[in-house]
Design a protein around this ligand. Sequence first.
Ligand code: NAD
Ligand code: TYD
Length: 348
Amino acid sequence: MNILITGGAGFIGSHVIRRFLKRYSNYTIFNLDALTYAGNLENLKDIEESKNYKFLKGDIVDAGFINKIFEQYEFDGVIHLAAESHVDRSIEDPLAFVRTNVIGTVNLLNAFKDISSNDRSSKSRFYHVSTDEVYGSLGETGLFTEETSYDPNSPYSASKASSDHFVRSYGETYGLPYVITNCSNNYGPNHFPEKLIPLFIHNIIENKPLPVYGDGKYTRDWLFVEDHAVAIDLVFHEGKNHETYNIGGFNEWQNIELVKLLCKQMDRKLGRAKGTSEKLISYVKDRPGHDLRYAIDAGKINRELGWKPSVTFEEGLERTIDWYLNNAQWLKNVTSGAYQEYYNKMYS
Ligand code: NAD
Ligand code: TYD
């Protein structure tokens, strides 16, 4: 089986690739990634020599390139993660999100529909990895279910909602076998330090301010990235075609409470006096269109496929902090830009 994973050099994709290579020696895993600022092949250093792994550098917006690789490798299944993924960047440059998240996804759908292997085994499907942000914002109570109407508020979530709709429409119109998952906020090793948790770990190490948006009372549901990779594996193999599944951590935190916990753990790990890191908290101008609260009802994937998160937040956060402290060079290469020079030259 030739399996195409897009965005494999990114945060979640690298964990998915590692898991698939460990578990499925009968698959050849193709990692298609444009190596944007968020792509870093250092995330996959430990597996890059695997004989059933192949890296393809390319842009999903380039339909000619996409059609060519589908003709060449006749992928049996696609797990699509490549995306522009940061809300703040989407506010600065919405079109970049339209290009990759919408046009790129439609290019992949077209290629899968027209060119993929005709031998459609049960695993031959297009799996779109999406976000709970498509549902918009919750008030103080309630949970997103698979039946919640889409109501995206940021250019990022609008582009992901659009790509979800295209995937579903290809199922209805062309009979394309697909599954979609909508997952809550991930955290863990290899997370690019622009998102809340890795940015704040980095800033605490460097004694830099921790910019909390608005009053800090925004709530997110956090899931350890390896638990997400387990869910993706399960849904790819056992999910029902034409279904969507919500994935979440049953783990809601107000930003300010999370940041205070992180500060405490970092003080302990760095041997700093209690309260040192909290002094770095700085309330800054709010994000425009900031969604108040996300919270997932992950009951369907639990009932139907038996998935639930296995890592508690305290354990996951500790593992994440340890990873960043033990991988200072990774962080240094990312913040200096050295990672891009190295890999972009290698694959230019
Ligand atoms: P990321 O930003 O860390 O990685 C994205 C990867 O896609 C990078 O390797 C990048 O080089 C690649 N890429 C970007 N544009 C490309 C293009 N035009 N062609 C080819 N490759 C391109 O993202 P992530 O956090 O790992 O998220 C992966 C997927 O999961 C995304 O689709 C995102 O919407 C979804 N998701 C993320 C979260 C989260 O908390 N991070 C939660 C739910 C869903
Ligand atoms: P983020 O990690 O960007 O994920 P998302 O916007 O997809 O949920 O942000 C998580 C929360 O943290 C969100 O409410 C915005 C907030 N936040 C800050 O307060 N300061 C920051 O510097 C960042 C990056 C995020």
